[in-house]
Every structure is written in C-alpha cells, then in structure tokens.
Design a protein around this ligand. Sequence first.
Ligand code: NAP
Length: 308
Amino acid sequence: MERIRVLIAGSGPAGYTAAIYAARANLAPVVYTGMELGGQLTTTTVVENFPGFPEGVDGTVLVDNMRRQAERVGAEIRTGTVTSCDLSSRPFKVTVDGSVEVEAETLIIATGASAKYLGIPGEQEFRGSGVSACATCDGFFYRKQDVAVIGGGDTACEEAVYLAGMCNKVYMIIRRDQMRASKAMQEKVASRSNIEILWNSLPKEVVGDLRGVSGIKIEDKFSGESRVVPVSGVFLAVGHHPNSEVFAPWINVDKEGYIQTQSDSPKTNVPGVFAAGDVADVHYKQAITAAASGCRAAIEADRFLQGQ
Ligand code: NAP
C-alpha cells in the first residue's frame, strides 16, 4: 500500500499553504483536493483583504496561484475526496473516493466548511432551479430579474452586491434589526440603490411551481405577519458548517462539528493529526487565517516526523 508522509485533505488556502511548507521541508506532501476544488475562495468575487494585492485579487485566481505554487515546490495534488479513515494507530489508514486506500504518517485536515441550508419547505425542491448558495456560480441565470439573498453576514453582503450588478432588484432578508457583516461590507450594500433590506424577516418557505421559484415567503419577527416577496432566485448565505464528519469518529470536535485543536496549535487529540483552516476555526474564518494555520500545521507535522 502506498505510504504518504504528509497527507493533506482539502484544497483551500489552508491545504495549499500546508502543502507549500511541507514540500519545501522535503516531506513529499500529497493533497487530496476534496469535492469543492479550491474551497470557498472559488465562490467569492474580489478578495480585498488578502495582503499583497493592493488592487484586490479574484478569489479563484488567488487559490489557483496557491495550487500552482504548491506544485512548483514539489507537492502532489490529486483529485479525490477522503471518504473514510482509521486514525486508531499509525500509519493512519485513509480511503479516498470510497475505494483507494493509502497510509499516512501524518494527516493535515484542511477540509474547510460548506454552505448551510435552512431546512425550510421548497428549499431542497428548488435547489439548482432557483435556490443557490453561490451567487458567483449561479447569478448569471438571474440577469435583470429580482432575487433574494438570505442572511446578514459578510457572505450575504458580498453576494448581494455581486447580484446587484446584474439583477434588477436584490432583497436582503435579515432576521434581526442589524447585520452581522463588517462595516466595510455594509457600506458596499448601502451604496447600491437596487438592494432593499427587509429587516426582522424570517424566511419560511421557497414558493414556486414547475417553472421554478416565484417567491420567498417571509414572516415578520414581531407581528407574525407573513407575505411572499416575488423573486425568481433565492441565494442562501446563512453561514457554513465544518466538513469534519469523516474524521469526527476519531478526533475531538465541538457540538457544531469544528475540530478541536490544542490551544494555540493545530494539533488535534490524535498525535500526528493536525487541523487547519475553517474546519477548526470557530472565530476568524478568513483566507489569511486559514493560510497561516496551514503553515503551522505543516511545521508541526515536520516536527512530529522528526521526533519519531
Ligand atoms: P456568518 O457571519 O455566520 O453570517 C450568517 C448570517 O446568516 C447572519 O446574518 C445570521 O443571522 C444569518 N442566519 C443564520 N441562520 C439563519 C437562519 N436560520 N435564518 C435566517 N438567517 C440566518 O456567515 P458568513 O457570512 O458566511 O461569514 C462566515 C465568516 O467568513 C465570517 O467570519 C466572515 O467575516 C467571513 N467572510 C469574510 C468575507 C470578507 O472579508 N470579504 C467574505 C465572506 C465571509 P444572525 O446574525 O442573526 O445570526
């Protein structure tokens, strides 16, 4: 069976940064990309807060540059998803795509987080035909139409601003009387005249028929009154859940599934297993913090191997 010194699961900033550091330490890292190649950066537009890019940088370009940099310094990038593992003893046994089995001396989990859905009626029924969690992927289909974005975080603001550039009207449906988003993002929303914010509004149902989505039913948080906002697209931006399910039987996770690492370290409770990026980040969830934790995980993997 193939034995890998540093196996990295995930292809966002955490995974690729870990790969760059591990490759430069001569550890011949192998990255399994996972299903969402490039991670969440590929679903954003311009990233303005990653240092080194005074004019901002396209998220997809940024993460693709990281991949190319990792490859250039010797990391091997493989298309595949870790589907199960046995971390009870070393070398760890890792199964990829349900059938390929490899052994790993160390494992860096950088599987990130995926968009959450609400669980309201109509949401799954119209997923892919009116309901989306990625404006940059699907916004094009709603050109000159009216759409709704659900959520009041940075992602929701980013999606709303992006959609405002191509849609007729964008409703932001926010369940409180304030946004969670940063001031900078809120200002961008405020500068777009075709974004209307519906405060204190609880999303209740995606309404539609065989032709697709025709509206989103919302309920006023205080009066309980409900109404249907007529839109042809509903974009969800209500946060993310960590992609830790495959590893959770072996390592400590919190009640939401975030991998628990030792304080100020990417070490998990299993020696030789490290976690980096959004899968272990309850607080920051930024591309730059993910990259930094990938660096730390690779350095710790190197130290661990040297100690063996
Ligand atoms: P988030 O900050 O957790 O915001 C989620 C939003 O969805 C909140 O407004 C939340 O409302 C709302 N929400 C959650 N469940 C809901 C429900 N059942 N019904 C209605 N609304 C619901 O998630 P995010 O926007 O994806 O951001 C995640 C992290 O990535 C953040 O740290 C953010 O700063 C970062 N990020 C940064 C950028 C950037 O810097 N450019 C871009 C994107 C994301 P409540 O506020 O009431 O909970």
